[in-house]
Design a protein around this ligand. Structure first.
Ligand SMILES: Cc1cc2nc3c(=O)[nH]c(=O)nc-3n(C[C@H](O)[C@H](O)[C@H](O)COP(=O)(O)O)c2cc1C
Length: 321
């Protein structure tokens, strides 16, 4: 793995992403730094000194030595960069203010978005403690702080307890949770794997207010985390009529939003799915030609309500024998 570039972050406008590339085109590693982590690294580089930066998960860290800078990441291989190279790039990057970015999820973010399983450790854990379930074994190799938040992440528990909210606390949603939510959208199935959708992560307050207006004045659209899922049929390179590609991209965007919704519930957040909005107004606000399919508003709720009831299963399911 060779260190390549510093790119703008999408979870923190003052943070950054450090990108490594391997031999294959899609062999990419990315380390996401939030504002504080980047500032601390810049401080060390400016002084031409050595030092350590602890990362948000509290168990990964960056060690700056005179020749090599090492990234010791939990559950991930060690990443290295020549200190002179990374120093130059990071200092250059930090000179220029970076505007909040809309996100186009394209590459995989391995840290901290996707946790890399340590199979050896996992099988050892399961062998030494046969009563421990696989999911417990997987969770037990997460850093303590993240593990605690992920414990209730059993998918069926999430299904059974999820409830929409229209009242969010002002509490900031942690960057690593936003990353999990975005990476869930990234791994959703899509037609032909062409990922015919785009996600806009709205961080700008004025943009959020404009979206409230475009969404029939629904005030909760101004939530701590706002994602707009848009259809991008031009990405779907399949030989079908345009209306089919349109349908595929609507489905791609909708499944991705559902994955994000479930991921948000899994990390202890609440959501409200917004389908009622003026498409043209949203397009103008985002400055895009892509049709929005849904807005997902996410944050903490103080009032955990029980799930709503549904119709009887026998009414929902018609069995064809
Ligand atoms: C396609 C779709 C569109 C929706 N649009 C809105 C909306 O514009 N405003 C809103 O307050 N809720 C909206 N919702 C949320 C639903 O009202 C909510 O999911 C439903 O009442 C079931 O409640 P639950 O999610 O707590 O189970 C929408 C949900 C879906 C799936």
């Amino acid at each position: 793995m060779q260190f390549q570039t510093v790119e703008p972050s999408y979870t923190s406008k003052d943070g950054c992403r450090l990108v490594w590339k391997g031999v294959d085109e899609d062999d990419i590693d990315v380390v996401i730094l939030n504002k504080n982590e980047l500032e601390r690294l810049v401080e060390i580089f400016k002084k031409n000194s050595m030092g350590e930066v602890e990362l948000e998960d509290q168990s990964s860290y960056i060690r700056v030595n005179s020749d090599v800078t090492q990234f010791t990441l939990t559950n991930h291989r060690l990443l290295e960069a020549k200190t002179s190279e990374i120093q130059e790039q990071v200092l250059e990057y930090a000179k220029v203010p970076h505007e909040p970015q809309y996100v186009h999820i394209a590459t995989k973010e391995f840290y901290p978005s996707v946790w890399i399983r340590d199979d050896e450790k996992q099988s050892k854990d399961v062998k030494t403690n046969p009563k421990q379930s696989l999911i417990q074994a997987i969770l037990s190799s997460e850093p303590e702080k993240i593990r605690q938040d992920l414990l209730p992440t059993d998918l069926f528990r999430v299904f059974a307890t999820r409830r929409s909210t229209r009242k969010f606390e002002k509490t900031k949603v942690e960057d690593w949770k936003v990353d999990k939510i975005l990476s869930a959208a990234d791994v959703a199935p899509t037609a032909g794997n062409f990922q015919g959708f785009q996600v806009f992560l709205i961080k700008n307050e004025k943009t959020k207010e404009a979206l409230v207006e475009a969404a029939n004045k629904q005030p909760y659209v101004n939530a701590p985390v706002v994602l707009v899922f848009c259809m991008d049929p031009s990405r779907v390179k399949l030989k079908f009529p345009p209306q089919i590609l349109e349908k595929f991209s609507l489905q791609d965007a909708t499944i991705a939003a559902s994955f994000s919704l479930l991921a948000a519930s899994g990390v202890g957040l609440s959501t409200i799915w917004i389908g009622m909005f003026d498409e043209e107004k949203v397009k103008t606000i985002l400055g895009t030609d892509l049709r929005p399919s849904s807005i997902l508003c996410i944050g903490y709720t103080d009032k955990k309500k029980p799930p709503k009831s549904r119709r009887k299963l026998k009414e929902l399911i018609k069995v064809i024998e």
